[in-house]
Design a protein around this ligand. Structure first.
Ligand code: NAD
Length: 489
């Protein structure tokens, strides 16, 4: 039986509130193109109420507010949220699958990661108590100094649709662990599980206003949040185009931002590899989550001596995987998130053909589907460095291929992009992997794999992929301000 979409309002000050303009946005199942529910469309006035609530929660009663609660107290709430997420794992995974088209098995991993991430930042929240007043060694004995790490304040969190609840968690968990209060604005294309997080917050008794969730369109709810004068920081994940708008809005108030943006990440395959294993990693690195991963290694740079045999294996992989409704058992590739995204990807492919590239496999909706935003895994060869398909983020199941003959040439091709998020190198020569890792202009490097991600390790990019790091201790630091105290003794 189909999982019903719970009917929710906005979550402000610990209560469900109808959006002031009473507008709703339909939720479309991308596998069937059917409307399966709706979500509230908040606007500037709703954002204003949420910001006021978050500010009250941050500064409510001296000593009783979220900011001055001990890390251990905040950790208790985060662990309770993790436990509830685990309890509702299969329901949340199904909601994610029908909302954004993610294969159910992958959605289950995501929800497990959500719980793990809340647990991890609960540990860091506890650890923060012991790190306060860390002494600094000074060159004069007449002074002593120490450092306080304090929550930054009220934070606006704006997130995308590709990992709806997980991307929200990467921000909500560290922000709350640090003692900040927050307003989360998820993507209008996939907000369903984020609204369930609100329900979980009420179940665990999170104090009102600590986390507020305002769903809605980017221009109607995201932009007013980014430019709100009473928000102390914006943490954003999404496209580079929107990231630049957010940076411009924040600049008016010299408001700090952290930006996790798009990518066009390379995977460099040398000739000494196990071709079968490497084909698996290459396919996984580009087609996982239907190709909609910011760090997808969507540019394959393969040694010319193995290119033909390797591509044969990849094409075989693409032809054999199960493309189906994400809820069907064994689904490896579901639909992309929306009609708009489907059109955009098809346009990328047709432009590449017009420019002279070859579609080696895929390139269209699989024949057995008449409905749904499905696109076959697609491999494109005969691309030049200047083609749009090689340079721009497609954000769909499309892999572009170029060959190389020397290590220097491979590195030059890998770095010839205005993005700098991820990069992978596959070779049995670990010294070479080490050299290439250092040469990559990227924030995340994988050796002999692609895409594994752990909440203990920093995540983020360089160049137009943004700045700031999420996850790990760096993720917590995103939401802390550093205060030095110096005393004359
Ligand atoms: P998007 O930029 O269209 O939207 C992201 C969020 O910003 C949404 O919530 C949207 O409503 C909001 N928004 C849109 N316009 C806005 C505005 N003017 N002001 C404020 N908010 C606004 O991105 P998307 O299509 O949702 O997500 C896909 C993009 O996200 C891809 O480029 C992908 O690479 C990137 N991404 C990056 C990472 C990372 O870790 N670097 C992770 C996931 C996704």
């Amino acid at each position: 039986m189909a999982t019903p979409i719970p009917n929710r309002h906005l979550f402000i000050d610990g209560e469900w509130r109808e959006p002031l303009l009473k507008k709703r946005i339909p939720v479309v199942n991308p596998a069937t193109e059917q409307i399966i529910g709706d979500i509230p469309a908040g606007t500037a006035e709703d954002v204003g109420l949420a910001v006021e609530a978050a500010r009250r929660a941050f500064t409510r009663n001296k000593g009783k507010d979220w900011a001055s609660a001990s890390g251990a107290v905040r950790a208790k709430y985060l662990r309770a949220i993790a436990a509830k997420v685990t309890e509702r794992k299969s329901e949340l995974a199904k909601l994610e699958a029908i909302d954004c088209g993610k294969p159910l098995d992958e959605a289950v991993w995501d929800i497990e990661d959500v719980a793990g991430c809340f647990e991890y930042f609960a540990d860091l929240a506890e650890g923060l108590d012991a790190k306060q007043k860390a002494p600094i060694s000074l060159p004069m004995e007449t002074f002593k100094s120490y450092v306080l790490k304090e929550p930054l304040g009220v934070i606006g969190l704006i997130t995308p649709w590709n990992y709806p609840l997980l991307m929200a968690t990467w921000k909500v968990a560290p922000a709350l662990a640090a003692g900040c209060t927050a307003i989360l604005k998820p993507s209008e294309l996939a907000s369903v599980t984020c609204l369930e997080l609100a329900e979980i917050c009420t179940e665990v008794g999170l104090p009102p206003g600590v986390l507020n969730i305002v769903t809605g369109f980017g221009t109607e709810a995201g932009a007013p949040l980014a430019s709100h004068p009473n928000v102390d920081k914006i943490a954003f994940t999404g496209s580079s185009v929107t990231g630049s708008k957010i940076m411009a809005a924040a600049a008016q108030m010299v408001k700090p931002v952290s930006l996790e943006l798009g990518g066009k990440s390379p995977i460099v395959v040398f000739e000494d590899v196990d071709l079968d294993k490497t084909a698996e990693w290459t396919a996984f690195g580009c087609f996982w989550t239907n190709g909609q991963i910011c760090s997808a290694t969507s540019r394959l740079i393969v040694h010319e001596n193995i290119a033909e045999e390797f591509l044969d294996k990849l094409v075989k992989w693409c032809k054999n995987i199960k493309i189906s409704d994400p809820l069907e058992e064994g689904c490896r590739l579901g639909p992309v998130v929306s009609g708009g995204q489907y059109e955009k990807i098809c346009k990328f492919i047709s432009t590449a053909k017009t420019e002279g590239a070859t579609v080696l496999c895929g390139g269209a909706r699989p024949k057995h589907f008449t409905k749904g935003y499905f696109i076959e895994p697609t491999i494109i060869t005969n691309v030049t460095n200047s083609m749009e398909i090689w340079r721009e983020e497609v954000f769909g199941p499309v892999l572009c291929v170029k060959t190389f003959s020397t290590e220097d040439e491979a590195i030059e091709l890998a770095n010839d992009t205005h993005y700098g998020l991820g990069a992978a190198v596959i070779s049995n020569d670990l010294e070479r992997c080490d050299r290439v890792s250092k040469a990559f202009q990227a924030g995340i490097v994988w050796i002999n794999c692609s895409q594994p991600c752990f909440c203990q390790a920093p995540w983020g990019g360089n160049k137009r992929s943004g700045f700031g790091r999420e996850l790990g201790e760096w993720g917590l630091d995103n939401y802390l301000s550093v205060k030095q105290v110096t005393q004359y003794v």
